[in-house]
Design a protein around this ligand. Structure first.
Ligand code: ATP
Length: 290
């Protein structure tokens, strides 16, 4: 994976993107830049505008304003040539139920000028043992893997995934993460939307937290943590025997002062920084459970 996006050529570039549905402003001025080979996560609560943004990148939804480039072309007006270089995983792929997995992937491969080897793709998504099974006999998670196989069989340079692991059990989710990491290692640029913070953290080189159609924060998971965790919480048991806590930008000073007042060890001392989850919940206006 390549996290040095500042200098890399952009695979996806979005400036001032806006989209309304009647009275609802779904996307309200989004700017994004995804470098080639990067895994970029769009993270946010329901209705934040993630799917709308990805659908515009796919060229399947019009926009009201803004400049959008995928691999240097505008997906809104580009033709087959660009589409062959972009992989899309549909939420409900209409794979013919009577065909086998192998037949389906081979069938879809024919739509692309230089497809990947269908057998290799089936193995990559973990459906090797189901190669001869009919599509209608697959479980929900297996069906989703087939969707991914159909999204990557064209050998896309950019893969756009909208909530790829919704409905997966934890083991299937882990396997899917490995698949995304393998594709990223091969140099595929991946943009994915997710509700799952741990998924964004596990997969994304960089992520944008989207709320109400805007980018509330952007950066690598480590950068987000660093930028938004300047305040530490110092907790201790006071002279009165009760629990005390203080949010401070200078925890060392607080501890030194407490240490002086206790003449040594501070009872019940605990110093914590916000987790990425705390930061995410704060950015999206949701309450932390802690
Ligand atoms: N086809 C549509 N017609 C009208 N309103 C829409 C349409 N699609 C989305 N919206 C509205 O636009 C807003 C953004 O929706 P969008 O699906 O992009 O959000 P999201 O972040 O992907 O949400 P989720 O995580 O629930 O999928 C929401 O208020 C939604 O109700």
């Amino acid at each position: 994976m390549d996290a040095t996006t500042g200098d890399t050529e952009a695979a996806v570039e979005v400036r001032g993107l806006r989209k309304r549905y009647g009275d609802v402003t779904a996307v309200d001025g989004i700017d994004l830049r995804v470098g080639r080979g990067e895994v970029f996560g769009l993270l946010g609560p329901n209705g934040a505008g993630k799917s709308t943004t990805v659908e515009i990148l796919q060229g399947h939804r019009t926009r009201d304003a803004g400049d959008v480039r995928v691999l240097g072309s505008d997906p809104g007006s580009a033709g087959r040539e660009l589409r062959a270089r972009i992989g899309i995983v549909w939420q409900d792929e209409s794979a013919p139920a009577e065909l086998t997995v192998d037949e389906t992937v081979r069938h879809f491969a024919r739509y692309y000028p230089s497809p990947r080897d269908p057998g290799e793709v089936i193995g990559l998504v973990g459906l090797g043992e189901k190669s001869g099974a009919r599509v209608k006999s697959l479980s929900g998670g297996q069906r989703r893997r087939l969707d991914v196989a159909l999204g990557i069989v064209g050998g896309p340079e950019v893969l756009l995934l909208d909530e790829p692991t919704t409905g997966f059990d934890p083991a299937a989710r882990r396997q899917f993460w490995e698949l995304v990491a393998a594709l990223a290692d091969e140099g595929t640029t991946i943009v994915l939307t997710t509700h799952y913070l741990e998924e964004a953290e596990a997969l994304a080189d960089r992520l944008a937290v989207i709320t109400a159609g805007r980018v509330a924060a952007e950066g690598s998971p480590a950068e987000l943590r660093r930028l938004h965790s300047s305040l530490a919480t110092v907790e201790w048991t006071g002279h009165d025997g009760r629990a005390h806590s203080e949010r401070t930008g200078t925890p060392t000073r607080t501890v030194a002062e407490l240490s002086a007042s206790f003449d040594g060890e501070i009872p019940g001392l605990r110093i914590s920084r916000p987790t990425l989850e705390d930061i995410y919940l704060g950015l999206t206006g949701q309450e932390s459970a802690r």
